[in-house]
Design a protein around this ligand. Structure first.
Ligand SMILES: [Fe+2]
Length: 416
């Protein structure tokens, strides 16, 4: 029998969003019988939820912080017994100290560079936790931590001007509420850099990206996480979040006006018809036009309670269909220059019917990465390692994404 561990007096976070507290969290590791690992269990005692318990149930991972400041992450967390609110039970994969072991952190294969370092991500996690609690307590924001994170993000992005954005670079934490703001800030900075903005501008843009959706904290969770169409009244309330966000940032010191405007303007559309003001073209501040693209792209490529994430190329198709209408074409072009449509690890179908695995992007030609061939044009498996740099092999090009099932085909279909 494995011994249980009891953690006491904890604040509970999902991502950076504070959910409540509990008196005890009892972790009971699963026994190992022979070679079989039984599931690990947990009991939450004395839970005080700020929202509904459902807010906990839709989460995959959970973060716990003790009064003494130690932080834990519980991965693949699932509540199975909620009959007795004093003893909520469930199963989870792992419970470990955040800094010692952080399974949600990405693993980067050899040769691939890390765009946003683990240190910055953990800093961002902590800074956003603080900000969110301040907003929920009805205070203005003390942006010290967020300013530090913005500086770190800018530094990392400036260090790698040639880097292409791979989806994996920014999908390290599971929780949408946390990842979305950090992802959007990162994407904003990549677009800003592609547009040649100076460092001071990038800082204000990054800070605005980190704080762009704070207004959502004033919208009820039942609207934010609704599985289905919003009613007119709910949609009207949802559309107020840029104003709520701007107001929160106006009550906060040390946040430049142009960073605040990111919160107010990130849902405006280039040809009008956006919200809250329905502004058009250049009357929408540049930072707002940048954040609009970052926001939509990140939302499309992330799993949400009501839908599965799209692949990058699908999201890109949707984003590019908004050129001239939803987005500023100049800003969108800058974004496209930096994004990798087929990130490392994607399966691609080539024009001769062969199938390959993307190994490395070519920064100067997003559609011509280095690939490893897995199946030849006849659909036969290629056993020897065969790498092809599509930048140098002009007769081959990517026809589209390949599904995993294509790896089992026996005859390759020629694509014209
Ligand atoms: Fe928003």
């Amino acid at each position: 029998m494995v011994e249980s561990t009891t953690l006491r007096d904890l604040a509970i976070f999902t991502g950076y969003s504070h959910i409540g507290s509990c008196r005890e969290f009892v972790w009971i590791p699963g026994d190992v019988i022979g070679r079989k690992q039984l599931p690990s269990r947990f009991i939450i005692r004395g839970l005080v939820c700020e929202y509904e318990v459902e807010a906990l149930m839709i989460r995959k991972d959970l973060y716990l912080r003790t009064e003494a400041g130690k932080e834990y992450v519980v991965t693949n967390f699932q509540i199975t017994d909620i009959n007795d609110i004093e003893n909520i039970g469930g199963v989870a994969e792992n419970c470990s100290l955040l800094f010692e072991k952080f399974p949600e952190m990405k693993t980067i294969s050899d040769g691939e560079r890390v765009l946003v370092s683990k240190q910055t991500q953990v800093m961002a996690f902590q800074a956003m936790s603080m900000v969110i609690n301040q907003v929920k307590a009805g205070h203005g924001i003390d942006p010290k931590g967020a300013r530090e994170v913005a500086t770190m993000l800018v530094d990392e992005i400036i260090k790698a001007p040639e880097a292409l954005m791979n989806l994996i670079d920014i999908k390290s934490f599971d929780d949408y509420t946390f990842t979305h703001n950090v992802n959007v800030a990162t994407l904003c900075l990549i677009i800003g850099q592609s547009l040649g903005l100076p460092q001071d501008d990038l800082f204000d843009l990054g800070l605005g990206g980190l704080l762009h959706d704070m207004g959502k904290l004033k919208v009820s969770l039942s609207i934010l996480n609704k599985d289905g169409k919003l009613t007119d009244a709910e949609f009207t309330e949802m559309k107020r979040h840029p104003i709520y966000g701007y107001e929160i940032l106006c009550r906060s010191k040390d946040i430049p006006e142009r960073s605040r405007m990111v919160a107010l303007m990130h849902h405006e559309k280039f040809q009008g018809k956006g919200y809250p003001k329905g502004l058009k073209g250049d009357s929408i501040p540049l930072f707002g036009r940048i954040c609009a693209i970052a926001d939509v792209y990140d939302a499309l490529t992330t799993d949400r309670p009501y839908r599965v994430a799209m692949a990058p190329h699908e999201a890109m198709k949707i984003v590019t269909s908004g050129i001239d209408t939803q987005f500023d074409p100049k800003v969108l072009t800058a974004f496209l220059h930096k994004m990798s449509l087929y990130p490392s690890g994607s399966l691609v179908l080539l024009n001769d019917g062969s199938v390959g695995l993307v190994l490395k992007a070519n920064p100067k030609a997003v559609l011509r990465p280095v690939i490893k061939l897995l199946r030849n044009a006849k659909g036969e498996r290629i056993k020897a390692r065969t790498e092809v740099n599509l930048l140098e092999t002009k007769n081959l090009f990517i026809a589209g994404p390949a599904s995993r099932t294509l790896l089992n085909v026996t005859a390759g279909a020629k694509v014209i």
